[in-house]
Design a protein around this ligand. Sequence first.
Ligand SMILES: Nc1ncnc2c1ncn2[C@@H]1O[C@H](COP(=O)(O)OP(=O)(O)O)[C@@H](O)[C@H]1O
Ligand SMILES: [Mg+2]
Length: 227
Amino acid sequence: MSDPLLEAKNLHKQYTNSHKTVEVLKGVNLHLEKGEFIAIVGPSGSGKSTLLHLLGLLDKPTEGEIVLNGQNTIRMNHKELASTRNRTIGFLFQAHHLLPEFSALENVMMPALMAGVPKEEAATKATGLLEGFGLEHRLNHRPSELSGGEQQRVAMARALINDPDLLLADEPTGNLDRSAGLELLRVLLELQERLNRTMVIVTHDPEIAAMAERRFKMVDGHLEEEI
Ligand SMILES: Nc1ncnc2c1ncn2[C@@H]1O[C@H](COP(=O)(O)OP(=O)(O)O)[C@@H](O)[C@H]1O
Ligand SMILES: [Mg+2]
């Protein structure tokens, strides 16, 4: 337990809709070392996406705190959060959220440009990532001209362009057929091994969960490690 990348302490999250309050997370604790690959499973509606949003600093907990790279994120303002996200965290969602009017290459370059990387350098890096995912012949295709598996690999290249310390994946294989899903996982695993990336993957697929080093289950607002 020498080198924590992320420490989530006593996370609570409740949503209030008109007159009803739902408590989704009821005290989640998570300690992630650099280079760890964990999987989170649990029934639909149990709060897995809610937790990933909190870990990814896209939303704030009702109570509790998240320490990322030794920095407590709770008191960060909107701008600091956005910049920390951009530099430190990569997201991969079930839906790829690629921008339809831009090419694969432009989609991947976008976070780098937002981080202030010069255009040429961003293009070189994005090209390299896309080549690494076997998409060298798809650089100038728009998302609608790509298969589901290809779109998800473009989304992964985009998630990785700023060399994030932490990759958060929310059912990334959910829209893919089985072989494309497993192929995506193989790419993720290779990245973890080669670049020592820390990864949290939410999945319904027991075979994918089995690839992780540690498995957690979301149960009644708590995260339980499966031993
Ligand atoms: N923005 C929101 N406003 C109100 N309720 C929400 C919101 N996001 C999620 N929820 C509710 O929180 C619960 C957990 O949702 P979610 O985290 O998406 O679960 P999972 O990803 O495990 O399927 C659900 O009951 C959902 O309806
Ligand atoms: Mg979800």
